[in-house]
Design a protein around this ligand. Structure first.
Ligand SMILES: [Zn+2]
Length: 304
């Protein structure tokens, strides 16, 4: 079976520990296709994408989940967004020279913070959590986030190459966890011993294995002595949420005077989506229609 762009959920049958494994291939390559990221930034963005998908898989939400990392830089901003249907998009911004090669998030972002926002489709409900960035890497930041927001011991392993972004998550659920009763029939308590053994086994995973092995082979390699139940794969894919409607909303919020100034200066108005690099063009006729009476007023639409 084709192994790319999938999320695999699994549970341990004899104690309440669950896991998710994500592989992003074509979706990851599409996400970086139009962006000439320096290697170090591309790697951290890929880890951020994998971690965001793992987080989206464990949190119950309908709408979108946004990871935002901010700091002094050189990489001063990274945004990754996932929908509950596992569509993902993301972008990183930097200034000046990015540190070469293997620089981790600490060297790239500096003393920054990581925000996780979960919003419903209509944006009526919103939850935000924030943790300080840690020099040890993005996985450690996510582990701190899980500890803070869900009070669940969680471990993550992340890797990104130009071809694939991948991640493994293990989470220790409360004993007799009702949320997962349907998944776990024998919800005996996960003792420290079980949890520590599982984490220890997962820690033997190399970056090459996480990036290279098919899901089933990888899980077999780690946990072949455990009772593991592996669920059917769910697809993940790259999809940008930009649309002409949304861009029109942004232009309306800028106001007619400013948009007409741009039009006069350049002959047309072009808005380029920073996630997918798609260009949205508006000529004089489009701009007139944009501000025609009867069109929704500025601010009445959700802005991206
Ligand atoms: Zn877009």
């Amino acid at each position: 079976m084709h192994d790319g762009d999938i999320l695999r959920r699994f549970v341990f049958e004899r104690f309440p520990v669950r896991g998710h494994l994500v592989h992003l291939d074509a979706s990851w390559r599409a996400l970086i296709e139009h962006h000439p990221y320096p290697e170090a930034i591309r790697t951290v963005l890929g880890e951020g994408v994998a971690a965001t998908m793992l987080l989206a898989a464990t949190v119950k939400f309908e709408g979108r989940l946004t990871l935002q990392v901010e700091g002094p830089g050189p990489m001063h901003l990274m945004v990754v967004q996932a929908t509950h249907q596992m569509a993902v998009r993301g972008v990183a911004r930097w200034t000046g020279e990015a540190p070469p090669g293997e620089a981790g998030i600490g060297a790239l972002v500096g003393e920054g913070r990581m925000f996780v926002t979960v919003e419903s489709e209509d944006r009526q409900s919103r939850y935000q959590g924030v943790v300080p960035l840690m020099g040890e890497g993005l996985a450690a930041c996510f582990e701190a986030y899980f500890q803070q927001s869900e009070q669940l011991p969680t471990r993550l392993w992340l890797v990104a190459t130009p071809q694939r972004a991948a991640g493994l998550l293990l989470q220790r659920l409360p004993s007799g966890a009702t949320a997962s009763a349907a998944e776990i029939e024998h919800s005996a308590e996960a003792g420290d011993e079980d949890w520590n053994r599982i984490v220890h086994l997962a820690s033997t995973l190399t970056a090459d294995e996480l990036a290279g092995l098919p899901a089933e082979e990888l899980l077999h390699r780690l946990f072949h002595e455990e009772d593991l139940r592996l669920f059917d794969p769910a697809p993940v894919y790259f999809q940008c949420a930009c649309s002409r409607d949304r861009v029109s909303g942004i232009l309306r919020s800028l106001g007619e005077v400013e948009v007409r100034e741009i039009l006069a200066e350049r002959g047309e108005v072009e808005v380029r989506c920073e996630f997918c690099n798609r260009a949205w063009q508006y000529d004089a006729v489009d701009v007139t229609a944009l501000f025609a009476p009867g069109e929704p007023a500025a601010g009445s639409r959700a802005l991206q």
